[in-house]
Design a protein around this ligand. Structure first.
Ligand SMILES: [Zn+2]
Length: 490
């Protein structure tokens, strides 16, 4: 028997501490795709959509791509933008109904001005639209802040298990396989959510390292029970002031609700028993620079306070400033500054000039004026074909300027905010990563998948900003309580 499966999603990680709202243009500059364009973009990508298509094609089931919209992580989505995305998606869905099932791609940490639990909101509307009898299966980001509404509106959700997220395609395959088994009548998935009284600190979320490595080994052990169909740990996204902010566990069991609940509780106990290990050590800027001398180069310096994949502005200049003060290291840094690109454009390659960068410093906006030479101007497009965090193939930086300093350091200036998830961001612009003592990437864990092959040393630097590492420095009004490490006693 052949089934028709609708595929749809609004995918955004919203940082509510970023003052600027995320608007329609950000989705248009990201991915705002309908129908076959979704298949064209993602069929071969290391992304959950490609994984879902792979399974459905293999099973001879008809996948019906409806709409998929994603934007670079940023501020809360404006009310108008979300309302237009949602009505657009529901209109597109209406055109293809009836369907036998839905595959959904929420991020799980989307916030709109009107709906703090944006993903719960659209998933619940989808449930209302298709009715209880139509199964809804899907994926979540490992950083999802999962609400009870997301879980009650779906049959099964599967989160990425790796950070950097290089297993997105496999998780799409896993979610689609769960759906196939259900449609064939082989399973009866029941889903349980446990929200922990804890939020794992961002610098401890690297899944190949401790404490996560042992946590996932224990999760694998629990998953080996034949009644457990899927087990997900959502670390949570600390930069959203919402009720569901924090770590959570989803267990999908075969018909056995108690087994799902007990398994989730066991994993919760494992984490709470080791809660101190989920708060990491933080390196400040001077000590991080000192570490460069003793380290094998190039050193990857992760600018934690300006994590573009967490909504950072991509123009924090604290590390640039420290490098320019020391004049000791050859560095690479990429800064989002469309005005600086325009200034660079008014010069010829090889010409020296004083650049003006308007960036973020420790105490707000700051202007930097390094003396540079223009190397080149490009249209900023590049492609990535390897499995990397985010699973995207096509990247756009907008018009991009590459400039060099007298010491041979390179500053790349972009017209769009870009997440540093691909080495092609440098190579495609004629920049050789091996030329530097240090490379700054504006992220915490995600860039490691791209940079580890060329950077033998990785240092997470505790820089200030809207994604600073110490979440206890933010003022939350809506988070659940008690929540470790905010409350030490649980
Ligand atoms: Zn994530």
């Amino acid at each position: 028997m052949s089934f028709r499966i609708a595929l749809l999603g609004i995918y955004h990680e919203s940082n509510t501490f970023v003052p600027e709202a995320t608007v329609s243009a950000d989705f248009i500059n990201g991915h705002y795709l309908k129908g076959d364009a979704i298949r064209k973009e993602y069929q071969t990508a290391h992304n959950e959509i490609g994984g879902m298509m792979e399974v459905m094609d293999r099973e001879g089931m008809e996948i019906v791509p409806v709409m998929y919209a994603s934007a670079t992580p940023g501020g809360t989505i404006s009310a108008n933008t979300y309302s237009s995305l949602l009505s657009n998606m529901m209109d597109e869905l209406e055109k293809v109904l009836p369907v036998d099932a839905c595959l959904v791609i929420p991020h799980g940490a989307g916030v709109s001005e009107e709906f703090p639990d944006m993903d719960g909101h659209w998933l619940s509307l989808l449930r209302k639209k298709v009715g209880k009898s139509v199964p809804i299966f899907g994926t979540l980001d490992l950083h999802a802040n999962v609400s009870p509404l997301m879980v009650s509106s779906t049959n099964a959700l599967v989160a990425y298990k790796q950070n950097p997220h290089v297993d997105m395609r496999q998780r799409g395959v896993e979610a689609a396989n769960l759906l196939v088994q259900f449609l064939k009548g082989n399973t009866n998935p029941v889903q349980v959510l446990v929200q922990l009284p804890l939020a794992i600190s961002i610098e401890q979320q690297l899944t190949a390292h401790e404490p996560c490595k042992s946590l996932y080994a224990y999760a694998d052990e629990l998953s080996s029970d034949p009644e457990i169909l899927s087990l997900s740990i959502q670390h949570g996204f600390p930069y959203a002031d919402v009720e569901e902010m924090g770590t959570s566990i989803i267990v999908v069991a075969n018909g056995n609700h108690d087994k799902a609940r007990d398994t989730a509780r066991k994993l919760e106990k494992y984490i709470l028993d080791r809660k101190e290990s989920f708060v990491g050590h933080k390196n400040d800027i001077p000590s991080s620079l000192n570490l460069i001398d003793k380290s094998e180069k190039p050193v990857l310096l992760l600018d934690m306070g300006d994590n573009v994949g967490g909504g950072g502005p991509a123009n924090n200049c604290c590390l640039l400033e420290a490098f320019e003060e020391s004049k000791k290291y050859k560095y690479f840094v990429c800064i989002y500054d469309p005005e600086a690109v325009r200034l660079a454009e008014s010069h010829q390659p090889g010409e020296a000039f004083e650049l003006t960068i308007i960036g973020t410093g420790k105490n707000g906006v700051k202007t930097y004026r390094p003396k540079v030479k223009l190397v080149r101007i490009t249209n900023g497009d590049f492609q990535e074909s390897n499995p990397r965090h985010g699973g995207q193939i096509n990247f756009r930086m907008g018009k991009t300027a590459v400039v060099s300093t007298e010491e041979g350091s390179v500053i790349m200036l972009t017209s769009l905010r870009v997440m540093p998830f691909s080495l092609q961001q440098l190579i495609s612009q004629g920049v050789n990563p091996a030329d530097f003592d240090a490379i700054v990437a504006k992220g915490v864990n995600a860039p490691i998948a791209a940079y580890a092959p060329v950077c033998p040393t990785v240092i997470q630097v505790n820089t200030p900003g809207v994604t600073q590492a110490d979440m206890t420095l933010f003022k939350y009004k809506h988070r659940r309580k008690p929540l470790f490490p905010f409350e030490q006693e649980l």
